[in-house]
Design a protein. Structure first.
Length: 407
């Protein structure tokens, strides 16, 4: 109830403006947005505001080399709602010409994060030390929540130019997006915001060690430690998820957005190579993979793809709208079935596909040959932020599909 009231108050910003208040325009150019998360920490990202030829506002979110176009913007009086593409998260607030005060909202997860934005501030982080004798460029063997029950491994990949640092952390379940920040003396600060996730990494650095805290919005944090290790590699993503003993096939029946029940036993999928994508419309790594699959199918239409959506949306109706929004925004031509809504809990997802040993990650990609046998299961996704690993994934994907198609 409290969350519903809070969301309602945010939406009322659009209708609570005085009619006689003079019209206010947002300044065009670069803005600095700062999310107020936990431990008195600020999570910054850059936003560009412009007007298109029709006089409507268009915005872009920047994370390193990633540019996210935001074109769903509602303004009334001095109130604004900025809906991020594909994902449900939105920024809502009141503004003057050079400032915005508001909240980042994700309704399905009952999350609200306060933010403020100012025009003309281009530095994501302010460096007190303009020069540094340290450099974090290279590979870092990383442990999140080390020595705790939740411990998991990661691979830090960074490039430093002056004070500026870009890169990402890869894990067995995917990457932590396009991280953008600075090294200020011995302090590393990195952030990313895409409308689904808001990530902040703070760490103290020596020449060979990293000790820090990872924040996800204002709802989660965990410690991490890392050491330089140029030869470090994560476990093979093709070995983590597999069929249980006694199974050789994948089986499911789920509805598409029109209510049609779809199964691998359908005639459409017989004697075909089929790729099954376990995903969610809330998941940035899944969006990266979806874009890849959409482009791949343009040149290889003989391959069939089925998406299985595990949604956090509270109702079936909202979940279906999320799938339709993803389909329309990205140009998805393959069916995305609603496998689960109300939670993306991985244990519950595994109950829907009991032949799998577990569901470790969204996305998980299952390759099925023309006989209907599972030939490979790939856990996680190395997206564009991972550089050469993304190129390696694309090459391996094409090689396997070519081999299966030739059989």
């Amino acid at each position: 109830m409290r969350f519903s009231i809070a969301v309602l108050s945010v939406l009322m910003l659009l209708v609570g403006c005085k009619e006689n208040r003079p019209k206010v325009n947002l300044s065009e150019g670069i803005w600095l947005v700062e999310l107020d998360i936990m431990d008195n920490q600020i999570l910054p990202f850059n936003l560009k505001v412009a007007k298109n030829d029709d006089g409507d506002y268009a915005m872009q979110i920047f994370n390193a080399e990633e540019v996210i176009d935001v074109d769903e913007i509602k303004i009334k009086g001095d109130s604004v709602i900025m809906q991020t593409p594909v994902f449900e998260g939105y920024l809502a607030g009141t503004f003057t010409e050079n400032s915005i005060q508001g909240q980042f909202v994700k309704e399905s997860l009952d999350r609200i994060v306060p933010f403020k934005a100012v025009y003309g501030a281009e530095d994501r982080f302010m460096a007190k030390n303009k020069s540094t004798d340290r450099n974090v460029s290279g590979i870092w063997e990383t442990y999140f929540s080390k020595d705790l029950e939740e411990e998991y491994i990661g691979k830090g990949i960074f490039l430093q130019e002056g004070n500026n640092v870009t890169g990402t952390f890869r894990t067995t379940t995917g990457d932590y997006r396009f991280l953008d920040g600075i090294l200020d003396g011995d302090s590393l600060k990195l952030s990313a915001f895409d409308g689904a996730h808001a990530f902040l990494f703070n760490a103290k650095i020596t020449d060979s060690t990293m000790n820090g805290v990872f924040y996800s919005g204002n709802h989660f944090k965990e410690p991490f430690v890392a050491t330089r290790n140029d030869g470090f590699e994560l476990p093979d993503p093709d070995s983590l998820t597999f069929l249980k003993e006694g199974y050789d096939k994948l089986a499911f029946t789920f509805p598409d957005v029109d209510g049609n029940m779809i199964s691998l036993n359908d005639e459409k999928y017989q004697d075909k190579v089929v790729v099954v994508q376990m995903m969610g419309t809330w998941c940035p790594n899944c969006l990266d993979e979806t874009k890849f699959l959409v482009n791949y199918l343009k040149d290889n239409p003989y391959v069939e793809v089925i998406g299985l959506a595990f949604e956090s949306a509270k109702t079936e109706e909202i979940a279906i709208k999320g799938i339709e929004r993803l389909r329309d925004r990205v140009g998805v031509t393959y069916p995305i079935l609603l496998a689960q809504y109300g939670t993306y809990d991985k244990q519950k997802a595994q109950e829907k596909l009991p032949m799998l040993n577990h569901v470790l990650s969204y996305p998980t990609t299952i390759f099925i040959d023309k006989k209907g046998d599972v030939r490979k299961i790939h856990t996680g996704f190395n997206g564009p932020a991972t550089g050469e690993k993304y190129e390696e994934f694309k090459s391996d994907f094409d090689t396997l599909i070519t081999e299966l198609s030739a059989e």
